[in-house]
Each structure stands twice: as structure tokens, then as C-alpha cells.
Design a protein around this ligand. Structure first.
Ligand code: UDP
Ligand code: MG
Length: 173
């Protein structure tokens, strides 16, 4: 018997990852999701969606005053996006204490790489798969609080799936 559902995800840090329209058009969805899975993070939400303008503007509201803002909104709304949530692992197959160390938010930012793909290290998603800031294939939350805010924007209650992964004891001690 394995408990597949855990009681609560509240203590577990989560990040919001969005595969932008260029990533979807270029057939990179599997590749990008795979990098977070292989790292060892746990997928707890997943959707494909063409983003309405209002939602894109709300998501990027901190950048509203930037000169590139209108182009950014056009880009994000130009085709379907895939968005997912990845969670930190817990240290026990039953719901236990969240894994301590660099959290999923900061670690996902490292896997994604610098905003300008030409400055992103090889081995990162943007470093390996993109060449321009305006076509940088993926978004990741920049803080745990923004992670919560973005998850709240893009997902409805009941769409998140908290589950205990059987591999967790082999990834975290
Ligand atoms: N962006 C852009 N031109 C810029 C800076 C940013 O088009 O000069 C776009 C780019 O797609 C980037 C997004 O706006 O990913 C959000 O910018 P941010 O600085 O938050 O970068 P990120 O957190 O995505 O690395
Ligand atoms: Mg950002």
C-alpha cells in the first residue's frame, strides 16, 4: 500500500513554470518538462492554454513600465502556452518535512538560465535551446511568493495534484 495523495502541499515550496508560445511551436514541451523531472522535482499541475491578454498583463504586471512590455504581451498571447507547477520533494513517502536546501524556485531559475539566452550557460534550458531574450522559451517564478501568486493566477482550486512519489526516498534523505 502506498499513499498516492498527500494531505497538504502548504509547507512545500512550489514554482510556476510556463513554456512560452515559441517553446510550444518548436516542439520543446517534452524536452523542457523532462529537465525538471530528471532533476528530481515533482510535477503537481499541468495545462495547455492560449493566454488572454488580461492574464498576460496581470502575470507580468511588475514589468508594465518597461519599453518591451507591449511586445512581451504580444509574444505571450501569440499561441498556446503550457504551464506547470513543480514542487520541492519531501523527505518521506508519507507527507513529511519539505526538503531543506536550495528550494525548487531558485533551482528552477538555475536550470532555466539567464534571461538573455546568449548569456545563459550551456546546459541550461535557455543556454541550450534559445538565442534571443524576446524568444527565450520558458518562464520560471523568481521567488516563492511570486510562485504562489502566479500559481493562483493560472490554476483554479482543485487543479493541483498533491501526490507522494515512490522515488522520493531515493532523491532526498
Ligand atoms: N524581456 C524582453 N526584453 C527585455 C527583458 C525581458 O523581451 O529586455 C522579456 C523576456 O521574455 C523575459 C520576460 O520579458 O523572459 C520577463 O522579464 P524578466 O526580467 O522577468 O526575465 P525572466 O525572469 O524571464 O528571466
Ligand atoms: Mg521574471
Amino acid at each position: 500500500f502506498l499513499p498516492h495523495l498527500v494531505a497538504s502541499m502548504e509547507e512545500v515550496e512550489q514554482t510556476y513554470i510556463m513554456i512560452k508560445p515559441d517553446g510550444v511551436q518548436r516542439g520543446l514541451v517534452g524536452e523542457i518538462i523532462s529537465r525538471f523531472e530528471r532533476k528530481g522535482f515533482k510535477l503537481t499541475g499541468l495545462k495547455l492554454f492560449q493566454c488572454p491578454k488580461e492574464l498576460a498583463e496581470e502575470h507580468y504586471k511588475d514589468l508594465q513600465s518597461k519599453p518591451f512590455f507591449p511586445k512581451l504581451i504580444d509574444y505571450i498571447t501569440s499561441g498556446p502556452v503550457v504551464f506547470c507547477i513543480f514542487a520541492n520533494l519531501v523527505n518521506c513517502i508519507y507527507f513529511g518535512k519539505a526538503w531543506e536546501g536550495v528550494g525548487v524556485v531558485a533551482s528552477a531559475r538555475k536550470l532555466i538560465g539567464a534571461t538573455n539566452p546568449l548569456n545563459a550557460e550551456p546546459g541550461t534550458i535557455r543556454g541550450d535551446l534559445a538565442v534571443q531574450t524576446g524568444r527565450n522559451v520558458v518562464h520560471g517564478s523568481d521567488s516563492p511568493d511570486n510562485g504562489k501568486r502566479e500559481i493562483g493566477l493560472w490554476f483554479n482550486e482543485g487543479e493541483l495534484c498533491a501526490w507522494a512519489a515512490a522515488l522520493e526516498p531515493w532523491l532526498v534523505e
